[in-house]
Design a protein around this ligand. Structure first.
Ligand SMILES: *Cc1c(COP(=O)(O)O)cnc(C)c1O
Length: 480
């Protein structure tokens, strides 16, 4: 009991040198809460083991423990992840990493004031919607454009503006659900438009649309079925056919393009994804797509098309609730500028990763393999091999397409792979890997080459810790 009395009071601790130094670095309430926790835990330890410690020793211990607690609790929950899964557009990992031009632009606009809603020529209030529009028009050939929070919002806004209280015709083969609860029929309901389904799951003909048109029809809607494919006995109406029907009957056509790629990737063996320009050229009145899928920018919903419809959408009250902030506008404009006057294949990370040459990926994988092989002593019993991987686009695009890539596979003779994968997720930055047949598989494609050295270091560190903790001890978190 007397030993516990050696623990200084909180007020006293706050005055002591090692802790006082922290007072200026942290929010006071936050620091005191952590200090109380540190004291409570040290007290608990002393109670259970009956150790005798002097006041000085206790202060040092409390201070050390406080530092540990502070470093654990003073970082945000959003953390960097190194993506070793080989899935380039991983929705759970924030989709597209931004390119340097977008980051620079974003930093400049976010750090200072900007003309978000100010017309510098007239010196009067301007519109935030004019910013990205001009570049979108130049890049896609559309008459006008508008950016909202995400593609789900873009679809909702389009349906609400044009279809509210009226009928919208959709093929049953396109009543899609996208990950994260985006279902065309539900969005339709929320927009106040009445869904008129035509055709069957595997076959829809242009006559099905034509037969469903009546005086209440507001819109012909087409969704790019980006995350699945109907193969075999199937028939699809081409966008151009639908546009033709719409023109003849004076009904607009809207296409939910999903990914919205601006660069033709067929030279890299990817042919399934129609470009935005192609959709515009085929005459669709409105086209919606995501900013953070194959475009490689920030989360955003982009709408391009006929000026009259875009104007109507801008005036819709709903647009205010779906509007984007200056950071999205800056990151998107920075990304689009890369398409306009830069080198998108090399400077937009998503495109760079998707078009990476297999030999380059193989070289990086071999370097990683050699470094690990050299660093892992024999008695860790880990075999490291360079292997071929089946990478994916992700984000619902190119659902059936596998991109041949390279990676490193680690097999531990006497170890389960899953706890190792967990350990790798717990470091900062986390390294996300695939576990396959009880082996750790790391694909090079979605890992930034600049991080290869760091990845070598962190793998060595984690495997060393696990070798030390043999037999399988805890999964204690560790820090970088
Ligand atoms: C991804 C996708 C959406 C949803 O887009 P978000 O930007 O995630 O809101 C809608 N439709 C299609 C066809 C998609 O591929």
């Amino acid at each position: 009991m007397s030993n516990l009395r050696n623990i200084p009071a909180i007020d006293e601790l706050l005055e002591m040198v090692p802790i006082q130094a922290q007072v200026h670095l942290f929010n006071r309430e936050f620091l005191i809460a952590n200090l109380r926790q540190a004291v409570a835990e040290i007290r608990q330890e002393l109670r259970s083991n009956g150790e005798q410690c002097s006041k000085e020793e206790l202060t040092a211990r409390i201070s050390a423990h406080l530092n540990e607690l502070l470093s654990q609790s003073s970082r945000g929950t959003l953390q960097r992840v190194l993506n070793g899964t080989g899935v380039v557009l991983h929705t759970n990992l924030g989709r597209a990493p931004l390119g340097q031009r977008a980051l620079n632009y974003l930093l400049d606009m976010a750090r200072d004031y900007n003309n978000l809603e100010f017309d510098l020529e007239s010196g009067e209030r301007g519109s935030r919607y004019c910013h990205v529009e001009e570049i979108l028009v130049k890049l896609t050939g559309a008459e006008a454009g508008l950016v909202v929070n995400n593609n789900a919002a873009a679809v909702l806004l389009g349906l609400h503006t044009i279809g509210q209280g009226r009928e919208v015709i959709v093929s049953r083969g396109q009543l899609i659900e996208i990950g994260g609860a985006f279902r065309i029929p539900d969005v339709m309901k929320q927009s106040g438009a009445k869904l008129v389904e035509v055709g069957t799951t595997n076959r829809t003909y242009i006559s099905d649309y034509a037969d469903a048109i009546n005086e209440n029809t507001a819109l012909l809607f087409s969704a790019h079925t980006s995350n699945y494919k109907v193969v075999g006995f199937s028939a699809d109406v081409q966008l151009a056919e639908l546009v033709n029907l719409g023109k003849n009957r004076d009904i607009p056509v809207m296409q939910d393009l999903g990914s919205g790629i601006l660069t033709d990737l067929s030279a890299w063996g990817m042919q399934e994804e129609p470009t935005v320009q192609a959709s515009v050229a085929s005459g669709a009145d409105l086209i919606t797509f995501s900013g953070d899928k194959l475009l490689g920018g920030p989360q955003a919903g982009i709408i391009v098309g006929r000026g009259s419809y875009i104007r109507a959408m801008k005036q819709n009250q709903l647009t205010r609730a779906l509007r984007v902030d200056k950071m999205t506008i800056a990151a998107l404009e920075g990304t689009l500028l890369e398409y306009l006057c830069g080198d998108p294949i090399h400077n937009i990370p998503v495109l760079k990763m998707l078009t990476a040459k297999p030999v380059e990926l193989a070289e990086r994988a071999e370097l990683l393999q050699k470094a690990l092989q050299q660093a892992f002593p024999e008695d860790w019993m880990v075999s490291v091999q360079t292997v071929e991987t089946e990478d994916m686009v992700g984000g619902g695009a190119y659902p059936t397409h596998r991109i041949p890539g390279y990676g490193v596979q680690l097999n531990s003779v006497d170890r389960e792979a899953k706890p190792i994968a967990l350990h790798l997720r717990r470091i900062d930055p986390a390294l996300l890997v695939r576990v396959k047949d009880n082996a750790i598989l790391i694909s090079m494609r979605a890992l930034p080459p600049a991080e290869d050295e760091r990845i070598i270091d962190l793998l060595i560190r984690v495997y060393a810790q696990r070798a030390k903790n043999r037999p399988e001890a805890g999964n204690e978190p560790c820090k970088d």
